[in-house]
Design a protein. Structure first.
Length: 531
């Protein structure tokens, strides 16, 4: 299908010109303003020498600038590359180098981190700073680029094979880029809203459907745009000519402020990150002074959203549907869990998606109701694979019985009625508050401390974060160090969300006879120490 996000936005904007496209702490934009500014920005980026297929790294908090830049990339045929705004300089540098980014756009409040990136890497990049005063380095000012650009449509031919990158933690190793062709992602994202089974084959057909009644077109995106769940919610809304409400997420999560925005704009949907956000939102509801009657849908994906918190939300918002999506950056629509005031579901149980199957290690489909564990796999629209990583692409994108599937690594059992019971990932990857953390990375950082001989890092259940990072370390003979001192040491080596909540110093070996990590012993040592 000749579908491209840039063409879709060009078609949607004139039909929604006088309506609001984005409300954020920086500015409020009508669709006409959004269209003009993103056209101008796209024109300026091309004028700066960027070519179709060039990668542009986003090091930004939630805000209008993120979505303007995203639309400009679509229109100029540039490739979006997301970087976690919590990254330290060396972590950001890895993304820039791994993605072959030609440009970096960063929030002025993150300038110090950017300044820590190796000078040769900085020197090869087009640097653009959002907000703040005059950049201290050679960066261009974001608003200057918009002011210099032509606000008219670019009038260029785009391709359904243009790419969008989404960096994901996955299950092992460093973050890797999922390569989505526009056309495949458009079908994956928007296909769920098509009820008659006839997905539009052209941009014109898609735009013609905008006048059909559509719910949930005024969402509050509470989840980070630099993660797939928030990004997908925003893209879906913009492609349908909706109104995205954003809040600056550079500081601690402020649930009361989010509810104030819900009431101010009549928000009909909220995109959040499981219990990490839902629990504080529920606490704010319990304290009162919130209306919330406009909310018809609350959606989450990628992290634990417990039954107890869902029931608490529905107590205050009986009109709402709670949609818990089982998916990932690579695989949309693996399954879903829907809860309303009329019925409830258990934590970590989902209905299997229409294009989803479950296969065992041998590639044989698991029989529903058999109790056999297997891996979720999805066919249909999917990414090309992981950028510059053939090995991981081969492991996750598999051909089974002649059909291509994405197998992200979620282990589950399937009931006879198609209900999925998640068992976890087939690795030790920790998902804490929607952030994927590799134990090996944290372990190696701990072992760089001169008094640490060995370290094991693991996740333990946590009511707010879903899983909290914890660690046990063994020390060099004759040395002592406190866990709090090791946490302080890690602050210069890792992003804050990767640092263990608690570090226990043990005197037992943390390895099995074959040298492999003994996580069972490490967890037992941790449990004894913490009572």
């Amino acid at each position: 299908m000749p579908l491209n996000y840039g063409d879709i936005l060009d078609a949607v904007a004139p039909l929604r010109a006088s309506q609001t496209a984005i409300s954020s702490s920086e500015r409020e934009l009508s669709w006409a303003e959004f269209d003009r500014r993103t056209n101008a920005l796209a024109s300026s980026l091309i004028g700066q020498g960027l070519l179709p297929g060039d990668k542009l790294c986003f090091f930004l908090f939630n805000g209008a600038a993120y979505l303007e830049l995203l639309a400009a990339c679509f229109k100029a045929r540039l490739v979006h590359v997301n970087a976690n705004f919590r990254y330290l300089a060396h972590e950001l540098e890895h993304i820039l180098e791994n993605s072959d980014s030609k440009a970096l756009v960063y929030d002025g409040r993150l300038a110090e981190v950017v300044g820590g990136v190796a000078k040769p890497v900085q020197d090869r990049l087009l640097m653009i700073e959002v907000g703040g005063a005059v950049p201290e380095n050679s960066a261009s000012r974001y608003e200057d680029l918009i002011g210099a650009g032509d606000g008219r449509p670019l009038g260029i031919d785009r391709s359904p094979d243009d790419l969008i990158f989404i960096y994901t933690g996955g299950t092992t190793g460093h973050p890797k880029a999922v390569m989505w062709p526009h056309a495949s992602q458009v079908v994956g994202l928007l296909g769920g809203a098509i009820t008659d089974g006839a997905f539009p084959r052209t941009v014109q057909e898609l735009a013609a459907r905008l006048d059909d009644p559509k719910p949930y077109l005024r969402p509050l995106i509470a989840s980070p745009l630099m993660h797939a769940s928030g990004l997908y919610a925003a893209i879906t809304t913009l492609c349908n000519g909706g109104h995205v409400v954003l809040t600056d997420n550079s500081g601690p999560f402020d649930a009361a402020h989010h509810w104030a925005l819900v009431d101010k704009y009549g928000v009909d949907a909220i995109s959040l990150v499981g219990d990490t956000f839902a629990r504080p939102m529920l606490d704010a509801l319990d304290k009162g002074r919130v209306d919330g009657s406009s909310v018809k849908l609350i959606g989450s994906s990628g992290v634990m959203w417990s039954r107890e918190v869902k029931l608490g939300l529905l107590k205050h918002l009986p009109q709402a549907t709670l949609y818990d999506a089982l998916g990932s950056s690579e695989a949309m629509g693996l399954g879903s869990s829907i809860m309303t005031a009329a019925g409830e579901t258990k934590t970590a149980t989902f209905k299997i998606g229409p294009s989803t199957k479950v296969f065992n290690e041998a590639g044989r489909e698991v029989v529903p109701g058999s109790g056999e564990a297997g891996y979720l796999a999805r066919s249909g629209p999917m990414p090309l694979g992981y950028y510059k990583d053939e090995e991981k692409t081969g492991a996750a994108f598999r051909t089974i019985a002649g059909e291509r599937y994405i197998v992200p690594g979620d282990l589950c059992t399937v009931d006879a009625d198609g209900t999925i019971h998640l068992l976890g990932r087939g690795s030790n990857c920790i998902n804490s508050g929607g952030e994927k953390i590799f134990p090996e990375e944290v372990e190696e950082a701990l072992k760089r401390h001169p008094q640490v001989a060995d370290a094991l890092v693991f996740g333990l259940p946590d009511p707010q974060w879903g899983s909290a990072v914890q660690a046990v370390v063994g020390l060099e003979p004759g040395t002592t160090v406190e866990g709090s001192d090791l946490r302080a040491y890690l602050r210069s080596a890792l992003a804050s969300y990767k640092i263990p909540k608690q570090i226990v110093v043990g005197d037992q070996t943390l390895r099995l006879a074959n040298g492999k990590p003994d996580y069972a012993t490490a967890k037992a040592v941790f449990a004894r120490d913490r009572g």
